[in-house]
Write a protein that binds this ligand. Structure first.
Ligand code: AMP
Ligand code: ZN
Length: 136
């Protein structure tokens, strides 16, 4: 499945050059053009899916398997101290390219990046209500 107007389809299929650090039949992994840190990479399935809601389970599993492999490579070769996996779905959540991708962001002591959220608060009743909504 390819979309001609999708930049990540074109990169994943090799029609547009990219700094590729890994490739197999199903995935291409490239360096992000606007990296959060040194080695910030994107795992791209070669087939087009907009986001996590749409991808087959085996694509989800394959992406996570690759993330595990690349985590070790980044640690060993770039000497990163930690790693964030980030995966945005929908513009509300910050997705800017509508082709499923998984960010692998190596972290370094004192890198100054802020990746995360503002912690909120929730009462036990609220947690219970939400739990019921999700499980009943
Ligand atoms: P997201 O906000 O999760 O959709 O992330 C999109 C990411 O793709 C951003 O980090 C961009 O810097 C990156 N990006 C966009 N176009 C390219 C490109 N042509 N090559 C490499 N990375 C790109
Ligand atoms: Zn695409």
């Amino acid at each position: 499945m390819t979309k001609n107007d999708c930049i990540f389809c074109r990169i994943a299929k090799g029609e547009i050059p990219s700094a590729t650090i890994y490739e197999d039949e199903k995935f291409r992994v490239i360096l992000d053009l606007n990296p959060a840190t040194k080695g910030h990479a994107l795992i791209l399935p070669k087939d087009h899916w907009d986001c996590l809601y749409d991808i087959p389970e085996e694509t989800a599993a394959g992406a996570m398997k690759l993330a595990k492999k690349l985590a070790a490579t980044l640690r060993d070769r770039l000497h990163s101290d930690g790693l964030n996996l980030v995966q945005n779905n929908g513009s509300t959540a910050g997705q800017t390219v509508s082709h499923f991708h998984l960010h692998i962001i190596p972290r370094y002591e004192g890198d100054g990046q802020k990746i995360g959220w503002v912690p909120g608060s929730s009462s036990p009743q609220e947690l219970d209500e939400i739990k019921k909504m999700l499980t009943d």
